[in-house]
Design a protein around this ligand. Structure first.
Ligand SMILES: [Cu+2]
Length: 143
């Protein structure tokens, strides 16, 4: 071995140093993003009143919690239409219930006891542009 040839362990250290530097840089970028670092977990409220959901359609990012609050004097539900059903929230009068949406997609739901007397609610769950997905950084969300 000549003096100018780096040993295997030196090369390994250089590679590790580069990777950890990249990781630290990325972590610092994510942590210093003020929108991510200082906000509480997102939550949106849907009021159930006068036999409708208000708002009827909501757009959220993944990880958002939806809270339904029943303002009517009768019980309602927020029951997903799809099968298999991923949520079915029972809402007694004055009661609230929550679902946290972690998978992007479109979720339609209805009120089980008033299936034909209440409109269909829609929750659109978009991918969070700030989540690192391993091979691709999604810079922004257009909608
Ligand atoms: Cu109802």
């Amino acid at each position: 071995m000549t003096a100018s040839t780096p040993s295997r362990s030196t090369i390994r250290l250089l590679v590790l140093g580069t990777l950890s530097g990249l990781g630290l840089g990325l972590a610092a970028f994510l942590i210093t993003d003020p929108a991510q670092a200082q906000t509480a977990p997102p939550e949106v409220v849907i009021e159930v009143r006068n036999f409708t959901y208000d708002p009827l359609n909501v757009d959220i990012v993944e990880g958002t919690t939806v809270r339904w609050i029943n303002r009517d004097s009768v019980g309602h539900t927020a029951t997903e239409r799809a099968s298999p059903r991923t949520f079915d929230v029972s809402l007694s009068p004055g009661v609230s219930g929550t679902v946290t949406f972690v998978t992007p997609g479109r979720y339609r739901y209805f009120c089980s006891p008033h299936e034909f007397n209440m409109p269909i609610g829609v929750i659109n769950v978009f991918a969070d542009p700030n989540i690192w997905r391993g091979s691709l950084y999604i810079p922004s969300l257009s909608k």
